[in-house]
Design a protein around this ligand. Structure first.
Ligand code: HEM
Length: 213
């Protein structure tokens, strides 16, 4: 095993800020929805709006970082080892089988993570942002006498926003479980806190080892 610097400073900051904001948005959002009572409806709306703006600012910086560092390529989905990875989580993990994919600095996500994270970035987060912004800037029919969306339309927006929120809750629960499935129960968590993780050393290819003899 070799100690490697896997997650850079901005990446860790972005990850934890995003986690905090999504948890807070979920908490205040489900109060707006009527599922829980904590801040009171009006306060929950105000806090949800503030957190949503912070989330949008974070997203702009994250897009810039991913584009300029080329790290977005980490999320390109692949079918290679996808089945093996699924079988690992369903069966292998309970039989102490080895991880089917090796984590490296250049390829830190397994095929299932690539697929799920790409889905979040391309479908769920854009759905939350677009439905949230429409919800936020929706003009009620009586205001300025402009009817930009009718009430039935708003219901669709609210439903889409709520479906996205449930998907994020499901992701969150699975994510917490999967965090514990690294080489040790806390290795993934430690890596996202410190940036460093012990990764298996790359085996020299037969060609290279022949040359070195
Ligand atoms: C940039 C992102 C987001 C924006 C702009 C946004 C905006 C909004 C707005 C304006 C409302 C309606 C408040 C009102 O009734 O006046 C709302 C409701 C809600 N939000 Fe968000 N939101 C965002 C992200 C999120 C996220 C990430 C979650 C969940 C993790 C979430 C969960 C909810 C829920 C559950 C509701 C209640 C929906 C309903 O019952 O109609 N939101 N959001």
């Amino acid at each position: 095993m070799k100690r490697e610097y896997v997650y850079k400073g901005f990446e860790r900051f972005w990850h934890w800020m995003q986690a905090l904001l999504i948890i807070f948005l979920g908490f205040t959002g489900f109060e707006i929805h009527g599922s829980i009572h904590f801040f009171g409806f009006e306060q929950a709306v105000k806090l949800h709006n503030i957190a949503a703006i912070a989330f949008l600012v974070l997203i702009v910086f994250a897009i810039f970082w991913h584009a300029t560092t080329g790290e977005w390529r980490q999320y390109l989905p692949t079918r290679k080892n996808l089945r093996a990875q699924m079988e690992y989580y369903i069966f292998g993990i309970f039989r102490n089988a080895p991880h089917p994919t090796k984590k490296t600095v250049l390829s830190k996500l397994n095929p299932l993570q690539k697929l799920v994270y790409a889905g979040l970035k391309v479908i769920v987060i854009p759905l939350m942002v677009s439905s949230g912004l429409v919800y936020m800037f929706y003009r009620y029919p009586q205001r300025y006498e402009v009817i930009s969306l009718n009430i039935a339309g708003l219901k669709v927006v609210a439903t889409l926003h709520t479906i996205g929120a449930f998907l994020l809750v499901a992701f969150f629960i699975a994510h917490i479980y999967l965090i514990t499935t690294g080489s040790t129960i806390t290795s993934n968590l430690k890596a996202m806190l410190t940036g460093y993780e012990d990764l298996p050393e790359e085996q020299p290819s037969p060609e290279k080892s022949k040359k070195s003899h």
